[in-house]
Design a binder for this molecule. Sequence first.
Ligand code: B12
Ligand code: SF4
Ligand code: SF4
Length: 415
Amino acid sequence: MKSQSENSLPPSDLKSTVTQFALELGFDLVRIASAQEFAQDRAVTLERLKAGLMDGLPWYNEARVMRGTKPEELLPGARSIICLGLSYNFDEESSQSALPASGKVARYAWVQDYHKVMKRRMREYVDGLTQRLGAPVAARWYVDDGPMLDRAAAQRSGLGWFGKNTNILTNSHGSWVFLGQVITDLDLDPDPPLKKTCGDCVRCIDACPTGAIVAPYVIDNTRCISYLTIENRGPIPREMRPQMQDWVFGCDICQDVCPVNRKASIAGSILWSNKQRNPDPREGQQTGESSGPGQTERLDLVELLHLSEEEFRRRFRGSPILRAKRVGLQRNACVALGNRREVAAVPALTLALFHAEPLVRGHAAWALGQIGTREAREALEQGESAEHDATVLEEIAAARLDCSAGTLKIQGTGR
Ligand code: B12
Ligand code: SF4
Ligand code: SF4
């Protein structure tokens, strides 16, 4: 087999083979960037790290940023980056919107885990390129999972432009796109960056309920609901909880309000076959396991509180929701129930006060404090007398104060 440097295709044919093949395999967008260092993005990102804006993500450190901004370190001989986009703009009416006490899930988790779906296809892509070009292609590919700054590469290639909510916006699919890159030794003609900007719009900044977009193009990770519900393994700071509405996994507010997304095409890639969306329930029968996550647009919050570890794994098999872990999801369910003041959930929250994990007990106490009915107060008293963990006792004391403040408020308004 010839080596890549011996490849005799004229540059324009080489580029069109590379892009056409990606589209054939189901990627919605493909553009080419040069594999030069990302020096400016590195400087910005290191500054953000230093300023504490990426706090809470121990794996996101200086060494990672240094490596991820030098494609040559990731693939010796790197010449080009093939930037890929896959839309997840699903438009289906959720059959679960009618659930009485449900919590919202970010759109990206309505389907099977995109890391797996895209990575599998990217491997096929690289293997297929080798076949089509008749020469081995040196390549490394990432989807969220590597040190590369996925958005910086997409921006350089003109696949999209940076929105003020920090997401990459695309002309055809808005920001509802997953981003992946194939770093390669192929010498491809780079595409130019787009010249578009958000202009005067600041809707996402105004709409973010936690004030996480601290300036245009700057997110404070520790304030973002996406971080708080997915990556955060500990307690959610008490002052943040009331701002989180009923999001139980991720958050889409800054994308839902974005005018660019109003014109976004609906996701239709062959990569999202029916199987990926609504798995055949017969699959996995032999093992007794479901074959995928099923519908996850909204989740029944009380059901979440009752899930055992095994049920959690079965219910969310193949879904990005697994990332939050069962205890994290139950913590989030407590916060959502508290924000919704779900009186009907008091019995489930009372049970959660006796959960094996202090994290869940503490957040259940908070939710009962928000609900503040007589039953909720009694449950907190019961919980207090059985509790030994200092942090949970603190949560219960604060929740009992919340109940009293609620009662005073009602008395003050004569209700
Ligand atoms: C860490 C991380 C998070 C963290 C931190 C988010 C953040 N802002 O960095 C948390 C957990 C909060 C998160 C949340 C989400 N994430 Co996330 N996340 C990542 C990850 C792993 C790294 C991102 C990173 O390096 N951040 C560092 C900061 C400094 O980068 P940045 O914010 O992009 O900053 C750049 C710009 O601000 C720009 N810039 C600076 N100043 C200026 C000035 C001007 C004028 C301009 C134009 C640009 C500009 O330069 C900076 C450096 O390039 C990437 C995957 C990857 N490997 O890249 C996914 C990734 C960014 N996430 C993704 C998604 C889908 C999400 C969520 C939508 C999920 C959800 N629904 O809950 C939310 C969106 C929240 C938001 N508004 O950003 C997608 C984004 C796809 C897209 N279209 O942009 C990615 C790319 C994963 C993927 N491969 O598809 N995420
Ligand atoms: S994802 Fe939600 S919390 Fe995070 S920046 Fe966007 S609107 Fe704010
Ligand atoms: S809401 Fe407005 S400012 Fe925010 S990303 Fe969209 S266009 Fe840009």
